[in-house]
Every structure is written in structure tokens, then in C-alpha cells.
Design a protein around this ligand. Structure first.
Ligand code: BES
Ligand code: MN
Ligand code: ZN
Length: 506
């Protein structure tokens, strides 16, 4: 990954291949953001005018490269748009900084070193710039050969050095270190999501968890198909039984000797979702390697909690299976006996996520954590409702749902609270079993949430994040969001763990 440093150099003296400055849209045209003073001076105080002449407007994500003026060590200046300039007296929003740093870092791929002279008033802002740069520089090149042309491997930005960030200040140092651990873990989740299903199956995913646990000192346990069968994990077994690669349930735990709270995170880890016997049509299955994004987010968040030494226990549950059609696959109409003992009539084998999550939720509940949060690419209906940038939040506790929404906002992730309308439960009544895995089509995301709720232990605070929209990005890269796996929900989960550690929640 791109290296990160904090430097006391000014934008004029930094030894780098390029220096990044921020520009915004002011009432009377382009304004240069704080941090760029030395660069502006080198341009005779006319940087904004020069940029305007070059066609810049300060719009979010806009990148303008220009040769440096005399007096600057770096040969190139990259001006990146921050969007609308803040009102007088207000600072730049951290998410605007994160996105701008991401756009700049992406535009600098192939470059060895860049200085970021963006406005960093406090440690949080410096962390946002650092996160944006490290996330924006991400590239998934594992499967690229080194040839020429459009598909050639190009090296990401080698080093991002944050200017104006007080490297000797404890707070700035800690924020920068946190941002590195966080970005590395988000990029770990992205790598897993982007890895095609022929190279990532339940078994190899579990091996990744074991390797990371060893590296960072976490406790890990893997239930294989024998243990799952013996333990009565009917949901995981039912979904995985059509595949050549059997299911796994991974428990990966960060513990802290002084922790007085435990957070359980449960991730949907369908390494490929073909739909099973209720096969998805072409056009709906090309990106289904991403159906383990919830498990990837949970995995990354638990490892981040360990790397940051958070004073809270965080237990991750990865519900891993491959959903395939075959002679041994679950049929529509089959009844599964779940780990909880409840029976489920599988009306549609493509509603598999809720089956593997149900078992993991019941198992996680046995340890009576203070809260459970599950993360899943669960329903197309949530994508229809909220689009590709927001994840939906459902919960059995309105205050907890609100907290998660606020935390997401704070870390720059977009989300929206969704209701749990109990009248939708009767749509899942089954003539043969305790519940069916499908209900009314309308409000399908809410139906899925209601199904999950039935498998959460009595009295346990729980929330469900449906990340089907933001988990995988098919459009052009923007800000720090690349094509493919995004690492959606990792920042929210890590901040939730930090809040839980601080005793700010419940
Ligand atoms: N993995 C899909 C949901 C999904 C859709 C994720 C689009 C990412 C992008 C899930 O397993 C699924 O197939 N859900 C069905 C449920 C239905 C059969 C009740 C859906 O949403 O259509
Ligand atoms: Mn499915
Ligand atoms: Zn799925």
C-alpha cells in the first residue's frame, strides 16, 4: 500500500514529484483553500486566476495539473476540487477533504511521492486527508499482467506526505497511525471482495482469517462442514450443500483485558451467489463474487480493532458459503432446521443470505454480547430503495439505529434508517414450517430484516446493515471510491467499536 508520512515541510519546500492543493467554488469563482499559501505565493498570488484560465471551477473531484512556478521544489502542482467553499468562519468538511485527497491520489498513480497541502486544521482533518489518499490510491492489480496498454499494471502512488499536520503533536501522530491501520484494513476488505470466486471460497476465506489472526494476535476458530453438520447449523449447511466447496463459520475475536463490553459483528459471506436452484438470470450474476462483502467488512473491522488495541471485546462471525445449483443443492420447498431449532421453508434458494446469517446470529447470541451488528449484501430491494451509495439500517432498538446512522455520518459513510414493520411478518408464514425465507415482494429489504430479527437472542440489542447498494461499485471511480469492492461499513464498524470502548453507547 501507499506509504504515509507527516511532514513539517511547507508546500514550497517539500521534496516530492507533485504537491496537491485544494481549490473550492466560491461566490466569485475559484478560491484557493488554506494550506496552499506557499504555492499561491510562487504563482505571484494568482493561483486561483491561473486555475480559472485553465478551466478549473473548484467542483468536487475536479483535478487540474500544472507545472510548478519558480520557488517550489515539487515540479508539478495538482489542484483538486473540494466543492462549494464553506461559509466564512467554517472549516472544510472532513468528507470533502477525504474525497479530494482520494481523487488526487488516484490521479497521481504511477508517481513516487506527493505532498498533500490541503487544509488540515486539526488531527481529524489530517486523518481524513490521509484516509482519502490511502483509499484513493488503491488499485486491484493481482490479475493484471505487466503488458502495455489500457489494462497494464500501473503502480499506485508510492508515498503520500501530509503537510501542515504537526508530526510531533501526539494527537496528529495518533490520528495518522489510526488512519493507516484503518485504510489498510479497508483495502484488505476490498482485495477479498475483488478476488474472483475461483480463488476465494469459504475454505480459503477462512484461511485468510487464520493468517491475519496469527499476524495480529487474535483468537480464531473455524467450524468446518463436519462441525457445522454435527452442530445442527441447518442454514449454513443448506445454503452450502450444492457447492463443491463446503461452508465454514469463522469466529475471530479481539479481546482486551480491561474491556467491560463486547460487540459482536456478523457478516454475510457468500463467496458466490448464483441464486442456487432459483438461479439468477444472466445480467444479475456477474458481480456476485461481491456477496461476501459483509463478512469482509466484519473481518477487516475486527482486525482493525485489534491493531488499534481498542478497550472493548469485538467478536466477528463470518458466515461463509457458496450458493450453487447442483444435484445436492437445496430445492425450493425444502425445509431446513436451523441452529436455533426453528424450521425454515426455503421458497427461494436465492434468499440465502438470511439463512446463513440466521445461524450466525443465533450462535453469536449465545455469548450474550452487549450488541450485535450484522452486515450483509442482503437484498436487491434495498438497492432499489436507497441506490448505490447508502446502506440501510434496521434495528430492534430505535436509539441504537440512530446512533449507527450518526456514527456513519461522522466517518463519511452514507446510510439511512429503515423501519421494521411487523405486519410484513405474516407474509413469511409457511404452511409447513415455522417461517418461510421469503415474504411480500414489496418492501423486500424490510422483510429480510424481519426474518433476521427472529434469530437474534431475546433482549439483545441488534442492528442490521444492508450494504447491497454501496458494497460494490460498478461505475467510474470517484473520490476515494474505486471500481469494485469499496469496503463499505468498515469505518462505521470501527468507530462503533471505539464508541463502545469509550462507553458512549448503551
Ligand atoms: N445477494 C443478493 C442481493 C444482492 C442484490 C446483493 C444485488 C448485491 C446486489 C441476495 O442473496 C438475493 O439474491 N436476494 C434476493 C432475495 C429475494 C429472492 C427474496 C433479491 O434481493 O432479489
Ligand atoms: Mn441470493
Ligand atoms: Zn446473496
Amino acid at each position: 500500500m501507499t506509504a504515509l508520512t507527516l511532514s513539517t515541510s511547507s508546500a514550497a519546500t517539500v521534496r516530492a514529484d507533485a504537491v496537491v492543493v485544494g481549490v473550492a467554488k466560491g461566490a466569485k469563482g475559484v478560491v484557493v483553500a488554506p494550506g496552499a499559501e506557499a504555492v499561491d505565493k510562487a504563482f505571484g498570488g494568482k493561483l486561483a486566476a491561473v486555475l480559472e484560465t485553465l478551466g478549473a471551477s473548484g467542483a468536487e473531484g475536479e483535478v487540474t495539473k500544472l507545472p510548478a512556478a519558480d520557488g517550489l521544489k515539487a515540479p508539478v502542482v495538482l489542484a483538486v476540487g473540494l466543492g462549494d467553499a464553506p461559509a466564512k468562519g467554517d472549516g472544510y468538511d472532513n468528507e470533502a477533504l477525504r474525497r479530494a485527497a482520494g481523487s488526487a491520489a488516484r490521479a497521481l498513480s504511477g508517481t513516487k511521492k506527493a505532498g498533500f497541502a490541503l487544509p488540515v486544521e486539526d488531527a481529524e482533518a489530517a486523518a481524513a486527508v490521509s484516509e482519502g489518499a490511502l483509499l484513493g490510491a488503491y488499485a486491484f492489480t493481482t490479475y493484471r499482467s505487466n503488458g502495455n496498454g489500457k489494462n497494464a499494471k500501473s503502480a499506485p502512488l508510492g508515498e503520500a506526505t501530509i503537510l501542515g499536520g504537526k508530526p510531533r503533536d501526539k494527537e496528529f501522530k495518533a490520528a495518522a497511525e489510526r488512519s493507516v491501520a484503518l485504510a489498510e484494513e479497508i483495502n484488505r476488505a476490498r482485495d477479498l471482495i475483488n478476488t474472483p470466486s475461483n480463488d476465494l471460497d469459504p475454505k480459503s476465506f477462512a484461511a485468510h482469517a487464520q493468517a491475519a489472526a496469527k499476524e495480529f494476535g487474535l483468537k480464531v476458530e473455524v467450524l468446518d462442514e463436519k462441525a457445522l453438520k454435527k452442530g445442527g447449523y441447518g442454514g449454513l449447511m443448506g445454503v452450502g450443500q450444492g457447492s463443491e466447496t463446503p461452508p465454514r463459520l469463522v469466529r475471530i475475536a479481539h479481546t482486551h483485558p480491561k474491556a467491560d463490553r463486547t460487540l459482536a459483528l456478523v457478516g454475510k459471506g457468500i463467496t458466490y451467489d448464483s441464486g442456487g436452484i432459483s438461479l439468477k438470470p444472466a445480467g444479475h450474476n456477474e458481480t456476485m463474487k461481491c456477496d461476501m462483502s459483509g463478512a469482509a467488512a466484519v473481518f477487516a473491522a475486527v482486525v482493525a480493532a485489534a491493531r488499534l488495541g481498542l478497550q472493548v471485546n469485538v467478536t466477528g462471525w463470518l458466515a461463509l458459503a457458496e450458493n450453487m445449483p447442483s444435484g445436492s443443492a437445496t430445492r425450493p420447498g425444502d425445509v431446513l432446521t436451523m441452529y436455533s431449532g426453528k424450521t425454515v421453508e426455503v421458497l427461494n434458494t436465492d434468499a440465502e443470505g438470511r439463512l446463513v446469517l440466521a445461524d450466525a446470529l443465533t450462535r453469536a447470541s449465545e455469548e450474550t454480547p452487549d450488541a450485535i451488528v450484522d452486515v450483509a449484501t442482503l437484498t436487491g430491494a434495498m438497492v432499489l430503495a436507497l441506490g448505490h451509495r447508502h446502506f440501510g439500517i434496521m434495528s430492534n432498538d430505535d436509539a441504537f439505529r440512530t446512533s449507527i446512522h450518526e456514527i456513519a455520518e461522522e466517518v463519511g459513510e452514507q446510510s439511512w434508517p429503515m423501519p421494521m414493520p411487523v405486519h410484513l411478518r405474516k407474509g413469511m408464514d409457511s404452511p409447513v414450517a415455522d417461517i418461510a425465507n421469503m415474504g411480500e415482494r414489496m418492501g423486500g429489504g424490510l422483510v429480510a430484516g424481519l426474518f433476521l430479527k427472529e434469530f437474534v437472542g431475546e433482549g439483545i440489542t441488534w442492528a442490521h446493515l444492508d450494504i447491497a447498494g454501496p458494497a460494490f461499485h460498478e461505475g467510474a471511480p470517484w473520490g476515494y471510491t474505486p471500481k469494485g469492492g469499496t469496503g463499505s461499513a468498515v469505518r462505521t464498524l470501527v468507530r462503533l467499536a471505539e464508541r463502545t470502548a469509550a462507553g458512549d453507547l448503551g
